[in-house]
Design a binder for this molecule. Sequence first.
Ligand code: ZN
Length: 328
Amino acid sequence: MPTPPRAPATGPDSQAGADGDTAPATVCYLGAIGRSGSTLVSRVLGSLPGAVSVGELCWIWTYGVLRNRTCGCGQPFLECPFWTGVGQRAFGGWDGVDAGRANDLRRSVTRHRHTPELLVRPVGRFAHDVDEYVGLLGPLYRAISAESGGAVVIDNSKQPEVALVARQASGVDLRVLHLVRRSHGVAYSWTKHVARADKDGREMLRKSPAKVCAGWLSDNALFETMGRTGSPRLLVRYEDFVRAPRDATRDIAAFLDLTVTEEELPFEGPTSVRLATDHSVWGNPMRLQTGAIPLRPDEAWREGLSARDRRVVTALTWPGLLRYGYRD
Ligand SMILES: [Zn+2]
């Protein structure tokens, strides 16, 4: 299996963390299009011994360091003890990193249009920016793991562009959990009005079914490509996860080299999971829910999606529907 390209040890990465911690980190990167159930899956995985869920880590600069939004634990990011410890380990404190610059790099480097360059070898100024951003990610991932006692980091950033950059971070063993949900369910979810408590009640973004389908096809293809170009990848269907969560979680734990006993699985009976507080830096508002959460296949699209939109989604995504076994 070929090894993905590695960035040179420049910038903060050359210091291997402000406290000299050089222990490598295993990262479970959830690859999925938004509204595929990845928040639930990442939180279930983060509740396992030896794992820590941090939500959509790619937004740490925007919503964490710069805007100080609410962490999953309920504290403002900069007051959360967990993230304070991470910042200290990685950069000698959050004052030790130029978060504005990091955010500019995140925005410029992880654009969808850059995926061809990220899949091969970036050149010129773009290559320099990629290396600079990658130089921040290595210490960050390693610090999260170290702050959690060497845990596997569950990163729910989802976007393939972000994964293509993150897998280059030094001292990071990035494995892709490729989560697929039926395109009709994803498309319907993007049409719904959802207010988010962690953004002053503003609504989550909505997209047309046609636009969602284009992303569904391209993102799934990119995660398959990552699997063929050096990144360990496990494919899981969301529908299978919620129907048989114990089996799916055991399979994923094995993929991550986590040893988990039956008693350590967070499920209550066949249809419920108990979730504790975590330190998600950003993500779907569901990240803030704790306690018993029902697990059931969400088939609301069968009633909610108009006949026209249903035909549009089928027409646009049928190769993927067949590939992933959605035949009914
Ligand atoms: Zn927190």
